[in-house]
Design a protein around this ligand. Structure first.
Ligand code: C2E
Ligand code: MG
Ligand code: MG
Ligand code: MG
Length: 280
């Protein structure tokens, strides 16, 4: 009986794996059509200047409105895009979309409005990852300082010369560079000397239990002090409570984003938030 059982279990798992693989393949094929069929869209999460209590930036976060499955998060489909070679194309679309929005909002508020764009490692593998985005900037008539390029700390463990070159190109075009998920990637501090960095984004895992976890308070405070000594600004991510906001403000953190201020919203909603600046 045991043997039969084991066999059944085995065929159960293979059947399940098969279904999952097929679902993945299907999703990959759907993704190929997503751009052409206008199914991708961006949400924007406001970034607040803590001292002024004002929205001064935003981060662009990609979403996929799947015709059958509803809205899918980037954590699910970006790996698919990367494996299927679609990420370059999608990333270029993101950049142009964000560029147009940054231009629109800058004109509305009468000062440069910066938007953060996430860039994943495969996007740096293009032949010349710096050049194309500069071309888009020029075509949009957009100043580089409207754009912050966010790269996750884990990607910088051993930054390839291509990544360093691209980041240099962005810096020379006036764009700024943020290290995303800072504190989680085990990178050495020396990456901060390898190229020009403007912002450190404190990972939500350090922000989440600031109220109760003494170690996390120390880590957050230390990141802020170190960043400032190096001439960098700090953006805290994942702020969900007033307590967290108050602690970060006290500690001299420059900017923050998180559900406490606003979830990522669609562009027309950001319009309203920017107009009214109703914030905690
Ligand atoms: P990320 O850049 O670290 O983005 C922050 C994530 O935290 C977002 O998830 C956001 O919705 C979520 N978040 C914001 N505030 C809070 C909060 O208060 N609490 C909690 N628990 N979460 C919060 P999302 O939108 O699912 O994005 C996940 C990741 O996908 C991003 O992490 C980024 O690495 C990647 N991603 C998003 N858009 C793009 C894109 O256009 N291109 C690339 N290459 N990657 C992207
Ligand atoms: Mg999400
Ligand atoms: Mg980010
Ligand atoms: Mg992050």
């Amino acid at each position: 009986a045991a043997k039969a059982n084991g066999k059944n279990q085995f065929s159960y798992f293979t059947a399940e794996m098969d279904t999952r693989a097929r679902e993945r393949l299907r999703l990959c094929n759907d993704l190929r059509k997503a751009l052409a069929e206008d199914q991708l869209f961006l949400c924007y999460q406001p970034v607040v200047a803590l001292a002024e209590k004002r929205i001064v930036k935003a981060e662009a976060l990609l979403r996929w409105r799947h015709p059958r499955l509803g809205v899918i998060d980037p954590g699910t489909f970006i790996p698919l895009a990367e494996e299927s070679g679609l990420m370059g194309q999608i990333g270029n679309w993101v950049f142009q979309e964000v560029g147009a929005c940054a231009k629109h909002w800058s004109e509305r508020i009468g000062e440069p409005f910066q938007i953060g764009i996430n860039k994943s490692p495969v996007q740096f593998m293009a032949p010349d990852p710096g050049a194309q985005w500069l071309e888009y900037l020029e075509r949009l008539g957009l100043s580089g300082n409207n754009i912050i390029i966010e790269i996750s700390e884990s990607q910088l463990l051993q930054p390839a010369s291509k990544v360093i070159d691209a980041l240099e190109t962005y810096h020379h075009a006036g764009m700024q560079v943020a290290i995303d998920d800072f504190g989680t990637g085990y990178s050495s501090m020396s990456v901060l000397q390898k190229f020009h960095v403007d912002y450190l984004k404190i990972d939500p895992s350090f922000v989440q239990d600031l109220a109760t976890n003494h170690d996390n308070r120390t880590i957050a405070e230390t990141i802020i002090v170190m960043a400032h000594k190096l001439g960098l600004k700090v953006i805290a991510e994942g702020v969900e409570t007033q307590e967290q906001r108050d602690f970060l403000t006290e500690a001299g953190c420059d900017y923050a984003q998180g559900f406490y201020f606003s979830h990522p919203v669609q562009s027309h909603q950001l319009d309203a938030l920017l107009t009214h600046q109703v914030l905690h």
